[in-house]
Design a protein around this ligand. Structure first.
Ligand code: ITT
Length: 194
């Protein structure tokens, strides 16, 4: 089986990615290659951060790999939290605090439109490529459901009657930002040997 490393410290992302990629490739985690540190992501774009994470693993560990950076862009907040989605409520990755702050900042707002965007950076051989996926939707007034992760309980995709947190993993992956970006990655990997 062909193998590729996914440069993420987020176990939810890893599970989603493995489910989307299925048995086409073996997706190896950072733990499996002995990388246990927090990889810096200090760029001011999703693409910049995805490239930073993938390059870190390639340069320090030597593996071909890919990384994903994801942001939730809310129109009424001028695109925030965007690239700062992971630390919207301050340092750390506390999704409950991030979500609470998001809902507070949207109190009284009628325009709830938003989109999730994922950029995947792939470093393979001498090549560096990026793939993007997005899903349009809206921010619900209160969290709904306990599946998924991160902002899923407050994000309802336009083509769904319920939040990502109420959808099966399969249904989320079929329309999500990550699913869409990953299918472009799969197309590329399938036609270019790894
Ligand atoms: P890595 O950088 O280690 O991959 P991370 O959790 O820091 O993991 P991101 O910076 O890409 O990942 O994530 C930005 C934030 O968006 C973070 O708070 C996530 O919980 C959230 N997020 C990412 N993908 C999501 C999804 O599919 N559904 C809901 N929230 C998501």
């Amino acid at each position: 089986m062909r193998e590729i490393v996914f440069a993420t410290n987020n176990q939810h992302k890893l599970s989603e990615m493995r489910a989307i990629i299925g048995d086409r490739f073996t997706v190896r985690s950072l733990a499996e290659i002995g990388c246990h540190e927090d990889i810096p992501e200090t760029a001011d774009t999703l693409e910049g951060n995805a490239l930073m994470k993938a390059r870190y693993v390639k340069e320090k560990y030597g593996y071909d790999c890919f990384a994903d950076d994801t942001g939730l862009m809310v129109d009424a907040l001028g695109g925030a939290p965007g690239v700062y989605s992971a630390r919207y409520a301050g340092p750390g990755h506390d999704s409950v605090a991030n979500t609470r702050l998001l809902l507070k900042n949207l109190e009284g707002t009628t325009d709830r439109s938003a989109r999730f965007v994922t950029v995947i950076a792939l470093i393979m051989g001498g090549e560096t490529l990026t793939f993007e996926g997005a899903v349009e939707g809206e921010i619900l007034p209160v969290p709904d459901g306990d599946g998924g992760f991160g902002y899923d309980p407050v994000f309802k995709p336009r083509e769904s009657a319920v939040s990502f947190a109420r959808m099966s993993a399969e249904d989320k992956n079929s329309i999500s930002h990550r699913g869409r970006a990953t299918r472009k990655l799969i197309d590329y990997l399938s036609t270019n040997s790894i």
